[in-house]
Design a protein. Structure first.
Length: 158
């Protein structure tokens, strides 16, 4: 019987502290790699475009911002839209994301233009590039209604 136990102990190495520590270290390394790689892979994979809403109604807060500051930036689905009144009191809605580097634009009522502060890009009230580095015009959205009543901003291009 003792020879049988001796043969079995030669076939299977005994459990030692070294094997336990090695197993714990390998497990820790695997967990660390997972926590490092998951955010990187998540960042590199494209987001699903949910699209969101096709239209939105301009709220009272946005109307007050237009009256006070001259413009309001509102969400339309996953996009940001800048809404403002031009010098002729015509309502405009443009993409609030500059076509150069994606900075948020603002309306300069004293100059009658849309301005990107990041690299001094300038657009006219219809979104066309006046000067600066932006390669494309801003996308225009359809507006309907009056600033005194209900205003609807929709994805349909103006």
């Amino acid at each position: 019987m003792s020879s049988h136990l001796a043969e079995q102990s030669e076939r299977t190495p005994p459990r030692t502290r070294r094997r336990l520590v090695t197993g714990l270290l390998l497990g820790s390394l695997g967990a660390w790699l997972a926590t490092v790689l998951y955010p990187v892979l998540r960042y590199l994979s494209p987001l699903e475009q949910s699209g969101g809403a096709n239209e939105t109604v301009l709220g009272d807060n946005a109307k007050h911002a237009i009256a006070d500051v001259g413009f309001a930036i509102i969400p339309l689905g996953i996009e940001r839209v800048i809404v403002f009144l031009d010098p002729r009191e015509k309502l405009h809605a443009l993409s609030a994301k500059c076509t150069h580097e994606g900075c948020t634009v603002q309306y300069k009522s004293d100059q009658g233009l849309v301005w990107c502060a990041c690299h001094n890009g300038k657009f006219d009230v219809d979104g066309r590039v006046i000067s600066g580095p932006p390669p494309r015009p801003l996308m225009a959205y359809k507006t309907s209604g009056s600033i005194d009543g209900k205003v609807v901003i929709s994805r349909e291009t103006a």
